[in-house]
Design a protein around this ligand. Structure first.
Ligand SMILES: Cc1cc2nc3c(=O)[nH]c(=O)nc-3n(C[C@H](O)[C@H](O)[C@H](O)COP(=O)(O)OP(=O)(O)OC[C@H]3O[C@@H](n4cnc5c(N)ncnc54)[C@H](O)[C@@H]3O)c2cc1C
Length: 318
């Protein structure tokens, strides 16, 4: 360790709901904790965070600001930076940020979220989180009764269309290049979901509002909302460096493999939130961080007990 390196009990990588919850539990357990956060939470494009009991509809940044203040009150350090490299040492881990700072820690919580890989249709990226959405539980109520189209991107898309049909009776299924089987077609049609075949060329936007999609033939289907499936990919640079096992979810994404307390396949490393479960919403991510924080503290206590017993035994025999 050089002069500028700092040593912590726990390094939390990512300061979203999962990372901050882990840090809160650990700070309250009197552990020295550093949170390094690149400051790009997954839901940043959305103006509101829905379905978090007691915070329904709050701006996502409000939850994080409150969380940062809470953990700071327990002495947790928070640094705005990105961990670029991490390696195992004799006593734990050493991590270097993109700005060149280096930190040592005995244990690591990986709470780096995931990356949504969007369908490659012109206009989708610009409208993402506004009138291009993915999740009925995050945005569904807000778009109820509107003209909604679901763009088929994989096997879950027809299911997505059925979920949005719960919220509006004006749902269209844009089959794109997919060819729904007879059972899927029957189920969509039975619920009044129109199926439009053929490619989608681009989104049509007027006055900063989605008004439709242009199909391959040049025709415009008028719309208020486009629903897309994303491939949800937990970043794999740090997991690969640490030798963590990852789970591929066919047609869905990729996540770090963990047990029910967030322990990864590598001792000393836990993962929480979307990094370890792509399905998690904010409230679940926060809960997973809370569990991982408790598991890390328990692991440290067990080590401290072991050492204390050894020391007592050597005193007795001396
Ligand atoms: C458009 C959209 C809208 C959504 N709306 C809702 C909603 O209304 N309600 C709801 O419950 N859920 C919603 N979600 C889901 C929600 O975003 C996630 O459940 C939640 O963000 C997961 O929390 P997390 O802590 O796991 O990850 P994140 O919140 O993504 O936080 C991860 C943090 O880690 C940082 N990070 C990544 N890599 C590094 C690194 N190498 N070094 C340092 N820091 C790093 C990131 O910059 C980020 O700040 C929405 C998602 C999207 C895409």
């Amino acid at each position: 360790m050089n002069d500028t390196q700092q040593q912590y009990d726990v390094l939390v990588i990512g300061g979203g709901p999962a990372g901050l919850s882990a840090a809160l539990v650990l700070g309250r357990s009197r552990r020295s904790v550093l949170v390094v956060d690149a400051g790009e939470p997954r839901n940043a494009p959305a103006a509101h965070m829905q379905a978090f009991l007691s915070r329904d509809g709050a701006p996502p940044s409000d939850l994080l600001a409150a969380g940062r203040a809470e953990v700071a009150a327990y002495g947790v350090d928070i640094v705005g930076d990105s961990i670029a490299e991490i390696d195992r040492t004799a006593t734990g881990f050493t991590a270097t940020t993109t700005s060149g700072a280096t930190y040592d820690a005995g244990r690591v919580v990986l709470a780096t979220g995931l990356r949504d890989v969007l369908p490659d249709v012109p206009g989708i990226r610009e409208r993402w989180g506004r009138d291009v959405i993915h999740c009925p539980y995050c945005h569904g109520w807000e778009v109820r009764d509107q003209r909604i189209a679901v763009l088929a991107t994989g096997p879950m898309s027809a299911h997505q269309a059925q979920l949005f049909r719960q919220l509006s009776d004006r749902v269209t299924f844009l089959a794109g290049d997919t060819d729904p089987d007879a059972e899927t077609r029957t189920a969509l049609e039975a619920r009044g979901i129109e199926i439009v075949t053929g490619p989608v060329a681009e989104l049509v936007v007027e006055d900063d509002r989605l008004t439709g999609v242009r199909t391959g033939s040049g025709a415009v289907l008028p719309l208020d909302v486009l629903v897309v499936g994303t491939r949800m990919e937990a970043p794999r640079d740090l997991p690969d460096r640490l030798g963590l096992e990852m789970t591929e979810l066919p047609g869905m994404g990729r996540q770090v493999t963990v047990d029910d307390m967030g322990a990864t396949t590598v001792p000393g490393v836990w993962a929480a939130g979307n990094a370890a479960d792509v399905r998690m919403q904010v409230i679940n991510a926060a809960a997973a961080g809370n569990l991982a924080g408790a598991a890390v503290n328990m692991d440290m206590v067990q080590e401290e007990v072991r050492l204390a017993v050894q020391q007592q035994a050597s005193r007795t025999t001396a």
